[in-house]
Design a protein. Structure first.
Length: 153
């Protein structure tokens, strides 16, 4: 049985990173969905509310704006629409995004860079690092829900 905290620390932080080392596109999908979970956990105190609260957009945006670095905040709705919805609903980002690996860019400053094409560039390793920091920030709030059972594994 895993608690919310354990689920955030292992499958979300560690396992997604492992997946990303070989399959970054798949890891982007998992990161996008994990952001919504962070928002759900932060806004609710009971397991049933996390599972059934029905506010995907609000949860995603709340997680970006409350747990991610400030540089993400102007893109919170854009990321919901173009990253999370595209990946979760039809397994592809919308054309306004360019997803890359660290080895394909110059440095960390390329993450969240608007390209000449008008696309927003996301770099998996840097994006996932920021997701991990968001998880740590949520865990640091020590919400009672974090110690409750999330699922049986």
């Amino acid at each position: 049985m895993a608690t919310y905290k354990e689920f955030l620390e292992d499958p979300i932080k560690k396992q997604i990173e492992k997946i990303g080392s070989n399959f970054p596109f798949h890891a982007f999908i998992l990161d996008a969905i994990a952001i919504e979970l962070i928002g759900r956990i932060s806004k609710n105190n009971e397991h049933s509310q996390v599972i059934n609260n029905g506010d995907s957009k609000g949860n995603f945006i709340s997680a970006i704006e409350n747990y991610f670095p400030n540089k993400y905040h102007p893109y919170s709705e854009f990321l919901y629409t173009n990253l999370r919805c595209g990946l979760a609903h039809f397994f592809a980002p919308k054309p306004k995004l360019d997803l890359k690996r660290k080895s394909e860019v110059k440095n960390e400053l390329d993450n969240l860079k608007v390209l000449e094409s008008g696309q927003l560039l996301l770099v998996f390793e840097y994006f996932h690092k920021d997701l991990c920091s968001a998880v740590d920030k949520l865990i640091g709030e020590n919400k009672p829900l974090l110690s409750e059972s999330f699922l049986n594994t």
